[in-house]
Write a protein of this length. Sequence first.
Length: 84
Amino acid sequence: MFREILAMAVDSLRADKVRAAMTALGMAVGTAALILVVTVALTGKRYVLAQIENIGTNVIWAEYSGVSSASAGATATLRFVWIS
């Protein structure tokens, strides 16, 4: 049974070479795009974290005051205070 499946796959590839090449090209481009997006995201994350670390640890104070239920919807408040 495996031999029949393999023979059918090879026959299909031989019959429509352009379609097989375009499929292989699409898989290669898709994989490269995924790797590129993940690399850019991780590099950006590292860059932002490095910039925050360069500011210093006593410069920013973040305060979360909770969620307030308003008639229009719940809102969360986050306040940043710059300490000089």
